[in-house]
Write a protein that binds this ligand. Structure first.
Ligand code: FES
Length: 271
């Protein structure tokens, strides 16, 4: 190898070292300084190698190509192939340098692909389900179970599943109406607290009208009609949570909500 080839080989080696350094820094905790130095060194090495290759190895011929038709005429393509071959013939150790070029590009590509790991796990169908399932105990935000005797008629309470207290997607407004209005559940009815318009908490219960009110844009939902929209910008009923009262008097869910909670993005994606 002559000195120019050695310089190119050194630049390619720098790319290998830089890429490896970046991957090592990323894998050991992601120190941004070392990651930047590694990736910067790798890119610098590749640039220097490309410049050296262009100036020292490729033949310094001026080619004038009048672009009239595309692709280039056959004789021009043959001439270009010959020029590249002549350039490679000038290298004393072409295989070694080409192998190093391939290795450096592979390492640099790997360094660019490694951060894809930071994209996190797949969402799957998690946006379509909450933590509520058959048997989930209805609890207050302090974790205490709600019993059938706890709420007065005309009152409302923020509740969660026992194993996901304060989970935003699983928050529920539990209301108590009269036994005759909800005989199956001793007067208890539960709806998602996440507004189907833009996701605000539907936190206000207007007991005389049996309506839930979202304070953000004043959507009103009918508690006795499966959460149907009475008025306001929401165009979808509040998802209802199916309830049962156990033998011990504790309220439990019998499954997830009747439909996905929150604003209906899936209706536009066909989900
Ligand atoms: S977010 Fe509830 S009405 Fe707009």
């Amino acid at each position: 190898m002559n000195r120019r080839e050695l310089a190119i080989a050194f630049a390619l080696f720098l790319t290998v070292i830089g890429s490896g350094g970046f991957i090592a820094a990323y894998a050991t905790g992601g120190n941004t300084l070392y990651e930047g130095l590694g990736l910067g060194g790798a890119a610098l090495g590749l640039c220097l190698a490309a410049l050296g290759w262009a100036f020292w190895i490729l033949p310094a011929e001026q080619v004038v190509d009048e672009i009239v038709t595309y692709p280039s005429p056959h004789d021009q393509r043959v001439a270009a192939d010959l020029a590249i071959e002549r350039g490679i013939e000038k290298i004393s150790r072409p295989r070694l340098l080409l192998a190093m070029l391939g290795g450096a590009l592979a390492c640099f590509g790997a360094a660019l692909l490694v951060p894809l790991r930071s994209l996190g796990p797949k969402l799957g169908d998690t946006l379509f389900h909450t933590a509520w399932r058959n048997g989930s105990v209805v609890v207050r935000d302090d974790g205490t179970p709600v019993k059938v005797s706890d709420l007065e008629v005309d009152s409302a309470l923020l509740v969660f599943p026992h194993d996901a207290v304060e989970d935003a997607a699983s928050q529920v407004t539990l209301v108590r109406v009269t036994e005759s209005e909800a005989p199956q559940t001793h007067g208890y009815i539960a709806y998602s607290r996440v507004c189907t318009h833009a996701g605000c908490p539907v936190a206000l219960y207007r007991a005389p009208d049996r309506q839930l009110l979202c304070p953000c844009h004043q959507s009103l939902f009918n508690v006795l009609a499966d959460g149907a929209v009475v008025s306001g910008p929401a165009d979808r009923a509040l998802p209802r949570l199916p309830l049962v009262v156990g033998d011990d008097g504790v309220l439990r869910a019998t499954g997830d909500f009747s439909s996905p909670v929150g604003p209906g993005f899936w209706e536009e994606t066909g989900g």
